[in-house]
Design a protein around this ligand. Sequence first.
Ligand code: ZN
Ligand code: ZN
Length: 129
Amino acid sequence: MHSSGHCHCGAVSFTVKGEPARMAQCHCNACRRTTGTGHNVQAFFPRDLVTITGETKSYESTADSGSTRRRHFCPTCGSRLFSDNSRNPGMIGIAVGSFDDSSWFSPQAIVYSAERPVWDFVDPDVEMK
Ligand SMILES: [Zn+2]
Ligand SMILES: [Zn+2]
């Protein structure tokens, strides 16, 4: 797979060579608040497969696991783009909606499903965690 994407204003763009190691949909408090909707969807890639052009700003918080999660966003338009986790420094999560073509995305798991808002419908065939 060779794919590309960018933030809403275009100041930050990226290319990816290779397959995602993991794809997930998350309904945790942080994902709901940082996206402003019911969940976040991310595909995780080895960091060295991803080339980023442009500068992001970031915000760190502590995950329930105790690790530090950093979310990277465009400082101009605010689009949430990437995330990384101190527990797994070789990986980067990319917000799936920022890809030019995201038709390949299929979540392997829905995490924090207990925090899913009732109005946010999900695929009943995907494993809930
Ligand atoms: Zn932007
Ligand atoms: Zn989350």
